[in-house]
Write a protein that binds this ligand. Structure first.
Ligand code: C2O
Ligand code: CU
Length: 457
């Protein structure tokens, strides 16, 4: 390595952090800090971001299933932060939720996260304090848990897809907390990146097999995606393998959701495949895959299912306890009032406090949990959406299955999109003790009241 001024600076910065990082197994740090990066297309200036280790995305953390993740999280931001390990069935005190499982890590402070990872699959990490601002500024990264026998692929790639709201100078638009966003669909941006970069070329080979892990890291955008020039199978959702892989069609990925694909390149040599995003009536190419050479003469055989993770099977659903979660509020709603901190407020005074949404009549974090479960019990929650917006409901600490009217069980997920006027029933085994957040992952909706929690004894 050549010693430039930059590497020297980096080295001395690392040295300055050493006293904080000597504890913990490997002494690895993860630092939330300011940075600058080319987010917008060439010709625009770099964008000042907040990122883990100064970049967006933050470093990809890869560990074998059953292994341990240890990171000394250092907060070099001007505001309190934390790290939430999204989708990991984790020990409660490592879940990173400020206000529920920990206090914020103040500027200049650090905290060791240390946990084991029971499930293989595609996960990610992000802050859980002022999340609507911190994620919009670029704080997130991939957490990949490898199977002990990974599927046979030529390449394993992660695409963290994000939606940015940039100014004409390519700065992050500081319109955080805008009422219009909080009461409608959230902060929808005007620029989309993959792994923090403008649409780019990704050379591939004919008949090459790629495992592509898609993660929606946007604040609130539901990505509608499609591939050309590939044949694909969906093998996992939100980290959890499908029992039977299904052929890839048009993809809808709500905030925080993941999808693992096994793609075979079928576009001819000299041509290219593409990843296209549909935005209302317009289509945008997010990635171009020029085909250069061939990996093999024929396409590989259809992929086998990934090995299942040790998630407990649902117990008897007839005797399971049931709870309702009524979603109300937002623009164009019938909601008249909601409780805040134990007091009834009308929608006008709610709005004055930036609160627009309610779960079971409560806006903001309720003092008492939605439900208290005994460890190991199967719980059913019926989510009733009485708003005119879709909501990406995320339960911390568990994966759940949605239940069909005919009694069928959907795939394991940690985040489910509940469309406007829709009712979705989910069921899970409450095997993980602690206090777990349950909220809409459209981050402006969380900020504006759409969150609750459950308790498992
Ligand atoms: Cu991705 Cu409450 O988190
Ligand atoms: Cu929502």
């Amino acid at each position: 390595m050549k010693f430039t001024r930059r590497t020297l600076l980096a080295a001395s910065a690392a040295a300055a952090l050493l006293p904080k990082s000597v504890f913990g197994q490997a002494g690895l740090t993860l630092t939330a800090t300011e940075g600058s990066q080319q987010i917008a297309p060439a010709g625009y200036p770099e964008t000042k971001i907040w990122g883990y280790d100064g970049g967006v995305p933050g470093p990809t953390i890869r560990v074998k299933q059953g292994g341990r993740v240890v990171r000394d999280f250092v907060n070099d931001l001007p505001q309190g932060s934390s790290v939430h390990w999204h989708g990991i069935r984790i020990k409660n005190d490592m879940d990173g939720v400020v206000g529920l499982t920990q206090d914020a890590v103040d500027p200049g402070q650090s905290m060791v996260y240390d946990f084991t990872v029971p499930d293989a699959g595609t996960y990610w990490y992000h802050p859980h304090n002022r999340t609507w601002e911190q994620m919009a500024r670029g704080l997130y990264g991939a957490l990949i848990i490898e199977e002990s026998a990974p599927p046979d692929v030529d390449r394993d790639i992660v695409f963290l897809i994000d939606d940015w709201r940039l100014t004409q100078e390519a700065a992050i638009d500081e319109s955080f907390g805008q009422m219009m966003d909080w009461s409608h669909s959230g902060r929808i941006g005007n620029w989309v990146t993959i792994n923090g970069k403008a649409p780019d070329d990704h050379p591939v080979k004919l008949n090459e097999r790629i495992r592509l892990r898609l993660v929606n890291t946007s604040n609130s955008r539901i990505f509608e995606l499609g591939f050309d020039g590939f044949e694909g199978m969906v093998v996992a959702l939100d980290g959890q393998p499908l029992d039977v892989p299904v052929a890839m069609g048009r993809i809808s990925l709500a905030p925080a959701q993941r999808m693992d694909l096994i793609l075979d390149v079928t576009a001819e040599q000299g041509k290219y495949g593409s990843l296209v995003m549909q935005d209302r009536n317009e289509a945008f190419q997010l990635a171009k895959f020029p085909v250069e050479g061939a990996a093999r003469n024929e396409k590989m055989a259809a992929p086998a299912p990934l090995p299942a993770n040790p998630v407990p099977a649902l117990g008897d659903l007839k005797s399971a306890r049931r709870f309702d979660l009524l979603m109300e509020g937002g623009a164009m709603s019938q909601m008249r009032e909601a409780m805040v901190d134990g007091e009834v407020q009308d929608t006008r005074s709610l709005a004055a406090d930036g609160q627009f949404w309610a779960l079971n009549g409560v806006s903001g974090m309720p003092k008492t949990p939605l439900l208290v479960a005994e460890r190991g019990e199967t719980i059913i929650v019926r989510i009733i959406n009485q708003t005119v917006f879709g909501h990406a409901m995320h339960l911390h600490g568990f994966h759940f299955r949605s239940l069909g009217a005919d009694g069928s069980q959907g795939p394991l997920r940690d985040t489910v999109l509940v469309e406007r006027d829709e009712t979705v029933e989910i069921a899970f085994v409450a095997d993980n003790p602690g206090d777990w957040l349950f909220h809409c992952h459209m981050l402006e909706h969380t900020a504006a009241g759409m969150l609750t929690w459950i308790k498992v004894n």
